[in-house]
Design a protein around this ligand. Structure first.
Ligand code: GUN
Length: 302
């Protein structure tokens, strides 16, 4: 059996089209478009390329986008003052500080300074709490877990009563996706297990999974024999395992490998996400969705 591929690249296009259409309608009705500011501190090349992609995507869906680049030696106080400026700016619905930030600045202080009602990353403790409560309390689910849930739903995979096993307990993927999948409601209502480096028999847990979500950051960690035949496998791993010359651009690019042995796993799973082209494209897409949602909250229509 060869698994059905769940392609983030395709789902992204559907969602971005939906967002573009809604932005147009809201602009006609309310004379306003969602505003997103991305704050970049320093010149980390990976961060520059992420931020550029976020800005390009925001532009594509019709948002007001602001890229605010700051020098690597900006003081913590100045960065906090900048965040405060955007907190008070009514034309800005989403504020994102690209991580990592330089060591002389306290990351926790910075994330906590963002108005929770503009925290489209969903990293502020208030939004983490809202996610934990679930239901109508949730404002901004963090983007990667939101993307994973969206992929599972759009792939038509039944979640109600499903055994979901999450590999990895990070604050940005493992813990939130586990939390989201156990909530009552559509696209969730599952029985959830989290396995991690302290788990005694990871393989035995994975073998039970109807939906296996792997976010460990260890290339090839999940072996094909760990996968239940017909299971839905979501591979969140993006591991740089080498470099190659791109056929398209002639430039050096990273060779990416997931946490799952894809070639063997696709012969056992019912559906599976590839790396690259799986979960990756969903993160920025869900950032756009959260920013649109933020403006709808501001307008009192969400
Ligand atoms: N750095 C890498 N991924 C992310 C993300 O999703 N949000 C922010 N703010 N920084 C990041």
């Amino acid at each position: 059996m060869t698994a059905k591929l769940i392609l983030g690249t395709e789902i992204r296009e559907q969602i971005l089209e939906e967002i573009t259409a809604e932005v147009k309608e809201l602009k006609e009705e309310y004379g306003k478009v969602p505003g997103l500011v991305t704050i970049l501190v320093g010149e980390n090349p990976a961060s520059i390329s992420y931020v550029t992609l976020k800005i390009q995507t925001a532009h594509r869906v019709g948002f007001k986008e602001v890229q605010d680049s700051q020098p690597v030696d900006i003081s913590e106080a100045d960065l906090l003052a900048l965040i405060d400026k955007y907190n008070k700016d009514d034309s800005i619905n989403g504020i994102l500080v690209q991580l990592p930030i330089p060591k002389h600045i306290n990351e926790k202080k910075v994330l906590n300074a963002i108005d929770p009602d503009k925290d489209v990353d969903g990293f502020h403790p208030v939004n983490v709490g809202r996610l934990m409560i679930g239901g109508s309390e949730v404002k901004f689910p963090p983007c990667t877990p939101a993307g994973i849930q969206e992929m599972i739903v759009r792939a038509g995979v039944e979640t109600k009563g499903a055994e979901v096993v999450v590999v990895g307990r990070s604050n940005i993927v493992g813990k939130p996706i586990a939390n989201m999948m156990l909530q009552k409601g559509p696209g969730a209502n599952a029985t959830v297990t989290i396995v991690h480096t302290g788990t005694k028999n990871m393989e035995a847990h994975c073998k039970r999974a109807d939906i296996l979500i792997v976010a460990a950051g260890v290339p090839g960690l999940v072996k094909p024999e760990w996968i239940k035949p017909g299971a839905c496998v979501i591979d969140v791993g993006v591991n740089r395992v080498g470099e190659k010359i791109s056929e398209k651009t002639g430039k050096k690019v990273a060779i990416l490998k997931g946490d799952v042995d894809f070639d063997a796993a696709k012969e056992i799973a019912g559906s599976i996400t590839p790396v690259p082209g799986g979960v990756g494209p969903m993160t920025i897409t869900m950032l756009m969705k959260n920013t649109l949602k933020s403006m709808k909250f501001q307008l009192g229509i969400a």
